[in-house]
Design a protein around this ligand. Structure first.
Ligand code: ADP
Ligand code: MG
Length: 682
């Protein structure tokens, strides 16, 4: 057996199974060897039946004491039962719809069963346990891997194949970490890591193996980002003319904050330097990033260049279009809107105008990336809420320009410093750490169901004073998840029973974009009092008159997400409020939500989020625009991340091109990791 041996050569793997495996990216032995389990079941200890703890699954070794019998209860439901015994006591093994068990379990034979032993005395029962003969035990008596699965691929199938692959081939996997790095950071070999990630001999071995895998992945990622950064500093960019920031400021209806002014000066220096800009503006929600981005577009126009601004949602694209038109039209800048929901004829007209140079600033969604969109002379690319886009999409938009355009990305998601280095490793960073004057921090309260009536009264009071209210629910439709408030049903309840005299509307991601827009603009015009919504309003929506946000099932949201949501209120000169509703009393939830009530500083909240959840959770969310990571979501703490970054920086300082023979495998790995992001390394 070799690393490139096809999995189809395994017994029992026909074309159908092979296809199912391919869905998981598994075609060869090598693929399977690097397909890491997502969890483990500790099946090492064998308990006497009478001692088995009822609350968790464990192994028992027992003799089948009677021939299993099957009862057919009704169509689609059969129950197979048999008595099993060991020296300590007896239990009934119960199997639902698993008639084959009748033949698989032999009277008088000993098996190891793995499952929860419920009940006591004569009433002990194991429901749907897995089992295997004691003398041929493969998957019990050890720590068992639990793999990500798909239809037609069972965990036992994967584990069985993995066992054979590990036994035959673990030693053939190339060790792609340069050995000085491995030694310096005390990492185990690839062979050991592979053996123990699939079938750990004990928890300690698993921890070592996991550390190696996580380190390697984060190291590769860090090298890739550092490499991107080193490569792009040399690129020439369009030269925009020097213009005084003061001239632009005349267009603004307000005086800029100090942070906004500094950001504009920084942009101005970049944009007139002759080198291509690659800058991130990170500023909390409401810090006024749009006006700063508009400055860059204004400067582009002064130099005769077009700009494009890409937003992650249609709602946001629309809003930017309106804001920017108002702001920049007086300066003679022609702004155009391009989204997926435009009619074909409208799209065609916009495409033509962009190609002819009749639009100076194109605002839109992903539609800006689509084929057939060509610019006359694109000089500046802006992406808003950049964490929603991949590195690849960023470069796809840039590729619409003739040379390398200036790139400006904006994010309202405060990222903890450790992660920021990784995610924005290829960017220079400007931070807007000041809110426009006159904003009072949002007052935030955490309440239980018992205060629901008071909350309703509070909503009524705010609306009575002429304000508007957001009500956020975690689900769209009833039945999506147990007990959670769902937008459609809850909106109906509110409008029919609770607030029959108020104007209640709802919006969620599954609506057609025209309908979404209609609701959002009605809310913007003040024609809706209470807007029931999912997190679609999370990003960028700006309705200053809304001063209360109620978040139902608040425990279902992550801290950073709550922070984004809360940023929708507190945008006007009025005192604003955020009410979190939950009856969840687990200590972690309480700590998380209480921290949220105490501060409105996004960076503090992000640090806390990272501390409470670990980076793995962050990588699992896929909201960051990084390549897909397979091992890193196993990372439980931030230390290994920091170590991997240091190691990557040290390596690149020594060998910037990663061209030394022992570093070449790292470069190969970097290419493979970023593979799905297209050709950004070419
Ligand atoms: P974000 O950084 O979240 O994108 P926006 O650019 O949407 O923030 O700005 C939020 C609101 O603050 C907008 O209504 C904008 O007009 C207003 N604003 C921005 N800068 C200032 C300022 N310097 N003074 C007063 N209001 C401002
Ligand atoms: Mg914004």
């Amino acid at each position: 057996m070799e690393l490139n041996t096809s999995l189809q050569t395994f017994p029992g793997i026909g074309p159908a199974k092979a296809k199912a495996l391919a869905k998981l990216g598994l075609e060869t032995v090598g693929d399977l060897l690097t397909y890491w389990p997502r969890a483990y079941e500790d099946r090492t200890r064998i308990y006497p039946i009478a001692m088995a703890p009822g609350e968790e699954a464990v192994c028992v070794a027992a003799l089948v004491a009677e021939t299993p019998s099957t009862a057919y209860i009704r169509k689609g439901l059969s129950i197979t039962k048999c008595k099993i015994v060991d020296g300590s006591g007896a239990a009934t093994a119960v199997f639902f719809n698993q008639d084959y068990v009748r033949r698989a379990l032999q009277v008088g034979e000993s098996y190891i069963f793995y499952g929860r032993v419920e009940g006591a005395g004569n009433r002990r029962q194991l429901t749907n346990p897995v089992f295997e003969r004691e003398d041929r035990a493969r998957f019990t008596g050890r720590i068992m891997p639990v793999y990500p699965l798909t239809a037609g691929v069972s965990n036992n199938l994967l584990a069985g194949m993995a066992l054979r692959c590990v036994e035959d081939c673990a030693g053939q996997l190339p060790d792609e970490l340069p050995s000085p790095v491995r030694q310096e950071h005390g990492l185990c070999t690839m062979e050991y890591a592979c053996q123990n990630l699939h079938f750990p001999t004990d928890q300690e071995a698993l921890a070592l193996a996991r550390r190696r895998a996580v380190f390697e992945e984060l190291f590769t990622l860090s090298c890739g980002m550092a490499f991107l950064r080193s490569r792009r500093t040399a690129l020439a960019g369009p030269v925009f003319p020097r213009r005084s920031v003061e001239e632009y400021l005349k267009l603004l209806p307000f005086a800029p904050t100090g942070a906004q002014r500094r950001a504009m000066e920084e942009l101005s220096a970049d944009l007139t330097s002759g080198r291509a800009m690659n800058r991130l503006i990170q500023g909390d929600v409401g810090s006024g990033k749009t006006a700063v981005a508009a400055f860059a577009a204004w400067l582009a126009h002064a130099g005769g260049f077009q700009s494009a601004m890409m937003a992650p949602t249609e709602i946001l694209a629309h809003q930017h279009y309106e804001t920017l038109t108002k702001l920049l039209a007086p300066a003679g800048i022609r702004v155009g809107l391009l989204t997926g929901s435009l009619k074909a004829a409208e799209k065609k007209a916009i495409h033509a105008a962009l190609a002819a140079g009749d639009i100076d600033l194109a605002v839109g969604t992903h539609a800006l990336l689509s084929e057939g969109v060509a610019y006359r002379n694109l000089g500046l690319v802006i992406t808003d809420e950049q964490h929603r886009f991949g590195v690849g999409q960023r470069s796809a938009l840039s590729s619409k320009a003739e040379g390398q355009p200036h790139v400006l990305v904006m994010s309202a998601t405060p990222i903890p410093r450790t992660l920021a280095l990784l995610i924005y490793g290829d960017l220079d960073v400007t931070i807007i750490d000041e809110l426009p004057p006159g904003r009072t921090p949002v007052e935030t309260y955490l309440v239980g169901e018992d205060k629901r009536q008071r909350m309703y009264n509070f909503v009524r009071k705010q609306v009575g004073e002429g304000h508007q209210v957001y009500v956020i629910c975690p689900a769209v439709e009833e039945g999506e998840s147990d007990g959670m408030k769902a937008v459609t049903a809850y909106a109906r309840e509110l409008s029919e029973k609770v607030f029959p005299d108020l104007r209640v509307a709802f919006v969620h991601g599954k609506l057609k974009s025209r309908d979404k827009e209609a609701v959002m603009s009605a809310f913007g015009r003040g024609e809706v009092d209470v807007l029931v919504s999912t997190t679609v309003v999370e990003v960028g929506v700006d309705v200053p008159n809304a001063n209360l946000m109620v978040i139902e099932n608040a425990d279902r949201f992550g801290l950073s997400q709550l922070h984004q949501l809360r940023g929708r209120v507190g945008r006007g000169q009025w005192q604003s409020y955020c009410v979190l509703i939950t009856d969840n009393r687990t200590p972690e939830t309480r700590e998380r939500l209480r921290c949220f009530c105490q501060t409105t500083d996004g960076f503090k909240i992000a640090e806390k989020d990272l501390e409470l959840r670990g980076p793995g959770d962050f990588f699992g969310q896929r909201q960051h625009g990084l390549p897909v990571l397979r091992a890193a979501d196993l990372a439980g703490d931030t230390r290994v991340l920091k170590e991997a970054q240091q190691a990557a920086n040290a390596l690149l300082a020594r060998d910037p091109g990663l061209s030394a023979p022992e570093d070449r495998p790292v470069m190969e790995k970097v290419r493979r990791l970023f593979h799905e992001e297209g050709d950004i390394f070419n």
